[in-house]
Design a protein around this ligand. Sequence first.
Ligand SMILES: C[S@@+](CC[C@H](N)C(=O)[O-])C[C@H]1O[C@@H](n2cnc3c(N)ncnc32)[C@H](O)[C@@H]1O
Length: 252
Amino acid sequence: MKLSKANAWRTDLLENKCNQLMALEEVLEASKNRFGYDNLIRLYGMSSCEYYAKGIRIFGRTAIEAKVDSQANFIANRVKETVQNNYPNYEISVIDLFMGSGNLLYQIAESLQSQSKIAFERDENIYNLTRSNLELIDFSVQYHLGNFQDLFPKIQLNNKNLNVIIIDPPWGNKGAFNFSKGLDLRLTEPPLIEILHFLKKQIAKTPVIYVVPVYKIVVEESLLSIAENYSIYERGLTLTPATKIGYVIGKI
Ligand SMILES: C[S@@+](CC[C@H](N)C(=O)[O-])C[C@H]1O[C@@H](n2cnc3c(N)ncnc32)[C@H](O)[C@@H]1O
């Protein structure tokens, strides 16, 4: 798909069809538009046909925003290795500040076999849809509807656990992303550094690993400001060429 057409298609799903339920045919079509191939919008370990058959549904925005299985699985395995190498004896809480479809939360929590899963989502439509989707596959989560910055201070964290925190903020409309320059982490909503500073203030006593999926191209200066303030264990790209994205795993 040409770049201008890809941008127009993406904007249509994120704006006009943002909270519209997609038919299965539209999800299959979205896979071709987003990745150039069929059947790549796999979620929760299933093909689109399989999860539609179970009653799972997605919105237009989810077809763009969700980290699909090939991406989420790869990142989950890298997180698992980081945890095994650095915190082998901890019980783990997985916390997703920006739940969306919940697929990244699902894959990371499954790979770490975490019993404690906490998710924040401020959009009521996607909150309700994801909650009912995850209930259909018996994946239990402690859900919080609202802005994570308001709600995080109110949750009770187990102070013996290692916290693995997923940070996948919207790229928004401040120009954080375009296909050629990539992703500028200073312009996500909120900027990544602000989220890390916020978490540092909130969680003083227990170790925190942060996990950030990013576009395959990142504006280098924007990552530099993170590296100056917070350790980075690993920065890489996921494996499957058609769905390749980047990720950053670090420590607060
Ligand atoms: C990029 S999407 C996350 C995608 C998700 N990782 C997935 O795999 O589907 C960002 C999500 O965070 C939600 N969101 C945005 N700002 C938020 C905030 N301040 N607090 C909680 N949720 C927020 C949006 O409504 C959106 O669903």
